[in-house]
Ligand binder design. Structure first.
Ligand code: G4P
Length: 310
């Protein structure tokens, strides 16, 4: 989606044009040293747990996956949790569930913020661990608590989920990679314990589209990017994915002939976000569009569909 020409006039035209290299800034949060520390911490904790819960953003289950997750988890039983399901398109989430199921990965959908779906977590973990449970029972160790670690990229909802499961403010929110504290286990029901510190993983930044998806869902701070470019490209995506969302929210039909900036101008004009000379305040429009997507005001919009649907 990069590199499309801008159709902008006056002050808007003077604004700095974003080149395709801007996304290099995204990887700033994850230096190789951070990744090494995170890997080490996860490897240490992996030895202590019976299962892993891989937390993904239901709107971007591919982009929010860590590129090394299979290597990191090895043969450890794994549950995929599609969090923020309240913001994702339910039909697309159902297709993702099937996609992961075909790969042998059971899926739980949650909205950790409201708590929806979270009550099913213990049972879902037990299902993932049924073979392990049977083996422990055969060895006469059936009473040992089963232990789980939550893994995910920053801001996907790990602390919120842990707090929900713990029923109190147990997890310390924080995105610092590789931070190790004294290990504590949270008993979430009889015989099931959760490592109180989630494993923080790095996302992959293998294309501009993935970088944008991470910024739109706030896995990375959107202000790392040129917000107007991000918003303009988002409107191009919406025009394909869900044009009716733009129509419903902003009373504008996304014109098939226009580029992203022109679509952003249309949205800003419709909202009455004007500055001197009757020009549209693109910065304000971009901020409002990005915030409203974050808050779910545009409806439930998934940014990625499973590969076979692409
Ligand atoms: P992390 O530990 O993985 O870094 O993420 P954390 O739990 O801190 O959650 C990051 C933000 O995502 C929090 O919002 C949290 O409320 C929100 N969140 C977590 N799970 C869900 C969910 O299932 N649905 C929705 N809609 N939001 C969720 P925040 O940054 O504190 O503020 P705000 O984004 O709520 O305004």
């Amino acid at each position: 989606m990069s590199g499309q020409g801008r159709q902008r006039n006056g002050r808007n035209e003077q604004k700095q044009s974003a080149g395709s290299t801007q996304y290099e800034a995204l990887s700033i949060q994850w230096f190789p040293g951070h990744m090494t520390k995170a890997r080490r911490m996860i490897a240490e904790n992996m030895k202590l747990v019976d299962a892993v819960c891989e937390l993904l953003d239901a709107r971007i289950p591919a982009a929010s996956r860590n590129p090394e997750i299979d290597t990191l988890c090895g043969s450890k039983p794994r549950l995929v949790v599609l969090n923020r399901s309240d913001l994702a398109d339910p039909e697309i989430t159902a297709r993702w569930r099937e996609y992961f199921r075909q790969q042998g990965l059971p899926v739980l959908e949650t909205d950790a913020k409201s708590g929806k779906g979270v009550a099913r977590f213990p049972q879902a973990v037990r299902t993932v661990l049924r073979e392990r449970l049977a083996a422990l029972e055969a060895k006469g160790q059936g009473t040992r608590p089963l232990r789980v670690m939550i893994l995910g990229i920053p801001n996907v909802g790990k602390s919120t989920l842990i707090n929900r499961l713990a029923g109190r403010k147990a997890a310390v929110a924080g995105d610092r990679p590789g931070v190790t504290r004294g290990r504590q286990w949270i008993r979430i029901d009889s015989g099931l314990e959760l490592l109180d510190t989630p494993g923080i993983l790095w996302p992959k930044f293998d294309s501009q589209e993935v970088g944008e998806a991470l910024a739109l869902t706030r896995a990375i701070r959107p202000d790392i990017l040129d917000r107007e470019t991000l918003a303009a490209n988002f409107l191009l995506r919406l025009r394909t994915l869900k044009p009716e969302a733009v129509e419903m929210r902003y009373h504008v039909t996304p014109d098939a002939e226009k580029n992203g900036y022109a679509l952003l101008e249309d949205v800003g004009r419709s909202r009455g976000f004007l500055i001197s000379g009757g020009e549209v305040d693109l910065e304000r429009t971009a901020n409002v569009l990005l915030s409203e997507y974050h808050e779910g005001k545009l409806g439930r919009i998934s940014l990625e569909a499973p590969p076979e649907d692409a």
